[in-house]
Ligand binder design. Sequence first.
Ligand code: BG6
Length: 234
Amino acid sequence: MRALIFDMDGVVTQTATLHAQAWKKLFDDFLQNRREKTGKSTAPFRIETDYPQYIDGIPRLDGIRNFLKTRGISLPEGSPEDSPETETVWGLGNRKNQYFQELIKQKVEVFSDTLTWIKQKRAAGYQIAIISASKNCQTILQAAGIEDLFRVRVDGIVAEELHLPGKPAPDVFLEAARQLGVMPEETAVFEDARLGVKAARAGGFGLVVGVNRKQEAETEALLRNGADLVLTGF
Ligand SMILES: O=P(O)(O)OC[C@H]1O[C@@H](O)[C@H](O)[C@@H](O)[C@@H]1O
């Protein structure tokens, strides 16, 4: 292997749990409001089951569409200017982002074992990139003071500019390899999301490493989605 590509949320920074909290608050508010208005009650959003299957690792609006579909709800798309109170896909996305930004303002923590390992590999000459579906990626890296560790960053903003489809499509990983100047076969990917592992597998990467910092059963799910092996830490 010549290069290493790391997903950010849940592998490098402890922000996957913050995303999950913000999503929970969004859907709890939304479903409760809907119940009050229409009398229809819907199974609540569950972090343990709904988050890894429908939201984790993928672009914000795709997550909203995915989850609402599981509850038989369809909303108009709306537009980026929709206020956080608007009941459109964009409006809900803006509300979730408001909740998430409140959380990251309080604290961004890193996984120190991952960072120590990355620094060693960098010193040993590996090419290193970071990817994320998140449009908050750069803010988080800056808050954690680790932006300079990665030669290449392909995040939610870059992907939108380049019109790259999100995971489970492999495009963000392939773009990171391209910018590093390496082939996928000589690159290892480190991912905690099921749909992320699936995307890296679809991209033909030399080694797909699942990272499981959750309960033991998640290891099986990562392997099923295409991980070659699963680590519980670095
Ligand atoms: O809403 P953001 O910050 O652009 O992030 C998009 C997605 O980024 C992924 O990294 C997270 O796993 C998801 O939970 C999140 O929804």
